[in-house]
Design a protein around this ligand. Structure first.
Ligand code: PLP
Length: 220
């Protein structure tokens, strides 16, 4: 599917949900994609991209950023504290804050670096043991921690369990965000972004529907 088709579907979903045109940000998830495919999407004008590994992003994005002004990069994969400084230097947004220790590290490093990416707390809405994210019941406390640290917290993010109805997870995320006064909702991927938009997504993370299947099928 082309970038234009995805953008059209997003616009239609915004309209169907009675939401303002342009209220949903498309993050093109370029992880593991061949450089020429990423470049083709940059050539078509897309500037907002998502990567799930700091190291991989560090390898390809400095060069693309030089060549394509206005790139905005989002980290959507787990972040280890020892990579936090590098992540602050590279990313405009981090969607995977999921523990107080990481929030503290980001606050300290942001102070040193003089800037901080926009942050989302990842919530493990399916309570899956192998998956990153704070549990729903611990979300309010982590929001409070981030606020006490003066971090620029924008919203919440989730990745619904494979094989479950995503709308239940999107609804839970929206409820947690609303009760914490957070406006940002990072939810929806290639298979379910229209459902997510209907439920209030402000950021959708779309990879394979734009770029094609990832050859090694690496996922979150
Ligand atoms: C890979 C990934 C996506 C994109 O998945 P697609 O199904 O290819 O659209 C979205 N969010 C996260 C966190 C990912 O790791």
């Amino acid at each position: 599917m082309s970038l234009d088709e995805i953008k059209t579907r997003i616009a239609e979903a915004e309209q169907a949900a009675g939401r303002a045109p342009g209220s949903v940000k498309l993050i093109a998830v370029s992880k593991v994609q061949p450089l020429e495919r990423v470049e083709a999407v940059l050539e078509q004008g897309q500037r907002v991209f998502g990567e799930n590994r700091v190291q991989e992003a560090a390898g390809k994005w400095p060069d693309f950023k030089d060549r394509f002004p206005g790139v905005e990069l989002h980290l959507i994969g787990p972040l280890q504290s020892n990579k936090a400084r590098q992540a602050i230097g590279l990313f405009d947004a981090i969607h995977s804050v999921d523990r107080p220790k990481l929030a503290k590290a980001l606050a300290r490093l942001a102070q040193e670096e003089g800037h901080c990416p926009e942050l989302f707390i990842q919530v493990n809405t399916g309570e899956e043991p192998q998956k990153a994210g704070v549990l729903p019941e611990d979300t309010d406390a982590l929001v409070a921690d981030c606020r006490a640290l003066d971090l620029p917290l924008r919203g919440l993010m989730c990745i619904p369990p494979v094989g479950e109805e995503p709308s239940l997870h999107f609804a839970l995320l929206a409820k947690l965000a609303a009760r914490n006064g957070l406006e940002g909702l990072s939810m929806g991927m290639s298979g379910d972004f229209e459902t997510a938009i209907a439920q209030g997504a402000t950021h959708v993370r779309v990879g394979s529907a734009i770029f094609g299947e990832r050859s090694d099928a690496v996922s979150a």
